[in-house]
Ligand binder design. Structure first.
Ligand SMILES: Cc1cc2nc3c(=O)[nH]c(=O)nc-3n(C[C@H](O)[C@H](O)[C@H](O)COP(=O)(O)OP(=O)(O)OC[C@H]3O[C@@H](n4cnc5c(N)ncnc54)[C@H](O)[C@@H]3O)c2cc1C
Length: 348
C-alpha cells in the first residue's frame, strides 16, 4: 500500500459533474482529489461523444462534449485539483465519524471527511473479445506486460515483449504507435482493412508496416496459446487463406468500453435499480459524509442531464462545508460581487 493521501474531498469520477464539483468545493475552501478509471477527464462527454454538440447547457447555445470538458477543466484549475486516472475505486470504508477511507485497484489509499460519488453510469470497463478461456491469460498485475491486458497503465511493462494488438479504433492504433519502439515485435490484427482511428494514426501505422516494423493481419483472433497461464501465441483466422499462429507474449485487445456499476454496489449504500438514493436538500446518501451527484443518483423527478448534476454539486458543497470546516460559518456569496471568492479564482 502507498502512503495515505489526506484531503478534504475525494471525488469518484471525473465526468462533467465531478469536474464541476471541484469548482463548487473550491469556492468553499475544500481541496479535492479525483479518481477515474479512464485515462482522461470528461466521462461520457469525452469518451462517448467528444465531437457531438450539446445544446442544453445553460448559457452555451452549442458546445461539444470535449469543449465542455476543456472548459470545466479551465474553470476548476484555480483550485488545483489532483487527478488520479487509470485506476478504479474499489473500496470505501468508514474509519471514524469524521473520516472515510477510499482505496483503488492501484493500492492507493485516500482519507477524507467527504466522499463525492460522481460515477455516472458506473465505471467504463473494456469489452472483452469472444475468445474461449481468455481469462486464463488475463493479468491483474499492471506492472507486468505478459498475458492479456485491456489497458496500458505502464508502458515500461511492455518493453521487449512480442506484442499483439487487436482493434481498429484510436486506442488500438495509438498503442501500436507508442509501444512499437520498445517492443520486441509488434503485430496488429483487425477484422477488416478499414480503420476507425484518426487518419494520421492510420497513415503512421501503415508506414511502419511498409518499413517492416509492424506486422498487419486482417482477420480475427480465435484462440490463445500457452502453458500454465503463460501466453506464447494466438491463432488467427485470416479474412482470406488458412489459419496461422502468431507469436506473442502480450495481447492487448481494444474492443471499446462499456459502463458497469462495478464495486459501488458493494459499499452498503441505499441503491435503487443500481442508482444511489439521495435527498434533494444536500444530495447526501444515507451515510454521513458520502454524497452522490450526477447520473449515479436517484430521487423523485431526477433528470439525467448535465445541468442537474451541476445544481446537485453546488448544494452538495454547501453541506459538505460543515463536515470539513465544522468551526467556520458559511456565508452565501456571489462570484460577481465577492472579492474573497474572486481572490480564490485568481481574478482579483
Ligand atoms: C450520446 C450521448 C449524448 C448525450 N447528450 C446529452 C445532452 O445533450 N445534454 C445533457 O445534459 N446530457 C447528455 N448526455 C448525458 C450526459 O453525458 C450525462 O448526464 C453526464 O455525462 C453525466 O455526468 P456524470 O459526471 O454524472 O457521469 P459520467 O459522465 O458518466 O462520468 C462518470 C465517471 O466516473 C468514472 N467512474 C465510475 N465508477 C468509477 C470507479 N469505481 N472508479 C473510477 N472511476 C469511476 C467513469 O469512468 C466516468 O468517467 C448524453 C449522453 C450520451 C451517451
Amino acid at each position: 500500500m502507498s502512503e495515505t493521501i489526506k484531503t478534504d474531498a475525494v471525488i469518484i469520477g471525473a465526468g462533467p459533474v465531478g469536474l464541476f464539483a471541484i469548482f463548487e468545493l473550491g469556492l468553499l475552501d475544500m481541496k479535492a482529489h479525483l479518481i477515474d478509471i479512464l485515462d482522461k477527464p470528461g466521462g461520457q462527454c469525452a469518451e462517448l461523444y467528444p465531437e457531438k454538440p450539446i445544446y442544453d447547457i445553460p448559457g452555451m447555445p452549442e458546445v461539444s462534449g470535449q469543449k465542455l470538458t476543456d472548459q470545466l477543466m479551465e474553470q476548476a484549475a484555480p483550485f488545483d485539483p489532483t487527478f488520479h486516472f487509470n485506476r478504479m475505486v474499489t473500496g470505501l470504508e468508514k474509519i471514524d465519524d469524521k473520516t472515510w477511507r477510499v482505496t483503488t485497484d492501484e493500492d492507493e489509499v485516500f482519507e477524507a471527511p467527504v466522499v463525492v460519488i460522481a460515477a455516472g453510469g458506473g465505471s467504463f470497463q473494456p469489452k472483452k473479445p469472444p475468445i474461449h478461456e481468455i481469462d486464463v491469460y488475463e493479468q491483474a498485475d499492471t506492472s507486468n506486460g505478459l498475458g492479456v491486458h485491456y489497458a496500458v497503465r505502464k508502458m515500461e511493462a511492455f518493453k521487449d515483449q512480442d506484442i499483439l494488438i487487436s482493434g481498429g479504433g484510436d486506442s488500438a492504433l495509438d498503442w501500436v504507435l507508442n509501444l512499437q519502439p520498445i517492443a520486441k515485435s509488434m503485430t496488429l490484427v483487425h477484422r477488416r482493412d478499414v480503420f476507425r482511428a484518426a487518419p494520421d494514426s492510420v497513415n503512421k501505422m501503415r508506414a511502419l508496416v511498409d518499413e517492416g516494423k509492424v506486422n498487419l493481419h486482417i482477420g480475427q483472433i480465435t484462440e490463445l496459446v500457452g502453458e500454465n497461464g503463460q501466453l506464447s501465441g494466438a491463432h488467427l483466422k485470416p479474412a482470406e487463406g488458412d489459419p496461422i499462429e502468431i507469436n506473442c507474449t502480450s495481447f492487448l485487445p481494444f474492443f471499446g468500453l462499456t459502463m458497469k456499476l462495478g464495486p459501488i454496489s458493494d459499499w452498503g449504500l441505499n441503491l435503487n435499480e443500481n442508482l444511489i438514493e439521495v435527498d434533494t436538500e444536500k444530495f447526501a446518501t444515507d451515510q454521513d459524509g458520502i454524497y452522490a451527484i450526477g447520473d449515479i443518483n436517484t430521487y423523485p423527478g431526477k433528470l439525467k442531464l448535465i445541468l442537474s448534476g451541476f445544481h446537485e454539486a453546488a448544494l452538495m458543497a454547501h453541506h459538505a462545508f460543515k463536515r470539513v470546516h465544522p468551526d467556520q460559518k458559511l456565508t452565501f456569496q456571489y462570484t460577481t460581487s465577492s472579492t474573497s471568492l474572486q481572490k480564490k479564482l485568481g481574478v482579483n
